[in-house]
Design a protein around this ligand. Structure first.
Ligand code: COA
Length: 311
């Protein structure tokens, strides 16, 4: 039995914050931000919405797209680094209540911007062993509440949002072919949240450019794939220059990489499911397509999945 994606949902806060809005407060410019990161604007959640609200909204759309109800879900996994409560309870428990799921297991998973990939791999194990049928996997972040708005090195880079997928059994010619996960905790201090998010941008940049292509190569090898057989790469997006350098290293045209960073910035664990949703809506992602998704982030962590899109 193969595990795959049965439905996809997303939620983006209405409020748009442009690069120009930083020019008033910080020593930066719209031109610098676009040239050095590729980001033009980001979404910021209102004060009455926390991560679980973004997550629940994305989940309801994913359920509808999968053609099931909350009562059909057997497990909820939320990848997040910006939970409503510090410590506990988990966002997943809040989502269980908000979407009116049964009293099923619900837990958060902490692997930063690789979190959505990690969560999908966890879901795959439960599905392929027949333990659970429908697993709700969510990447949701209200990063804005953890930003130091006086720090031009980090404040401009992030945004809020949520994406969700329903995973379940799919036909043998679809679904997840292989995965690659890894971590290196010696890099913990390069990117972390205590009260606020702190980052050593240059070191994280070097790590991303090194690790992203490696992970893509590993996952492709495990699936027995040549990179030219891949229709679409859905990467975590922190900086468009990271994607360009990774594409160059792999000898793949950058047009094959999904980009939503220009409008939503880095939404941490939500970036990959938000990009999946956009590619579906635009019609670029179709049943039978060969897809590689890749995430990297704090920990340091990384992860990739190769899958054939469709049920
Ligand atoms: N506006 C104007 N100047 C800025 C700036 C901003 N918003 N942010 C940083 N700078 C400055 C720096 O202070 C530095 O100035 P200095 O030379 O006087 O010290 C200068 O730009 C160049 O710094 P550098 O770090 O080399 O910039 P960069 O072009 O590499 O871009 C980042 C900085 C943060 C955009 C880039 O390092 C990056 O994207 N890092 C990885 C981020 C990431 O992947 N994060 C999340 C992983 S999940």
């Amino acid at each position: 039995m193969r595990a795959g994606i049965l439905g996809v949902g997303h939620y983006l806060p209405e409020q748009i914050m442009t690069n120009h809005q930083f020019e008033e407060k910080l020593e930066t410019s719209n031109d610098w931000i676009i040239a050095r990161t590729g980001i033009r604007e980001r979404r910021i959640a209102s004060s009455d919405m926390d991560t679980s609200d973004l997550a629940a909204n994305a989940s309801l759309e994913a359920l509808e797209q999968a053609g099931i109800t909350a009562k059909d879900i057997d497990l909820i996994l939320v990848a997040t680094g910006t939970a409503d409560y510090e410590g506990f309870p988990s966002v997943a428990c809040l989502v269980q209540d908000k979407i009116k799921a049964r009293h099923i297991p619900a837990l958060d998973l902490s692997a930063a911007c690789a979190g959505f990939i990690y969560a999908m791999v966890v879901a795959k194990q439960f599905i392929e062993t027949g333990t659970y049928k429908n697993v709700l996997v969510i990447g949701a972040e209200k990063v804005s509440k953890k930003l130091d708005w006086t720090d031009r090195n980090t404040a401009i880079l992030f945004g809020d949002g949520a994406g969700a997928v329903v995973m379940g059994p799919v036909s043998e010619d679809k679904g997840i072919l292989s995965f690659d996960l890894g971590s290196d905790g010696s890099g913990a201090e390069q990117l972390y949240i205590r009260d606020h998010l702190k980052m050593n941008g240059r070191e994280v940049y070097k790590f991303a450019v090194r690790q992203m292509p490696k992970s893509i190569q590993h996952v492709a090898e495990k699936a027995g794939l040549n990179l030219d057989e891949v229709d679409l790469f859905i990467p975590h997006q922190a900086n468009s220059r990271i994607i360009e350098e990774a594409a160059n290293k792999l000898g793949v045209t950058k047009e094959k990489f999904s980009i939503t960073l220009d409008r939503y910035a880095n939404t941490c664990a939500a970036t990959i499911p938000l990009s999946i949703k956009e590619e579906l809506r635009s019609g670029r992602l179709k049943s039978g397509d060969m897809v590689i998704m890749v995430g990297f982030g704090a920990g340091l962590t990384w992860g990739s999945i190769a899958l054939v899109w469709g049920k």
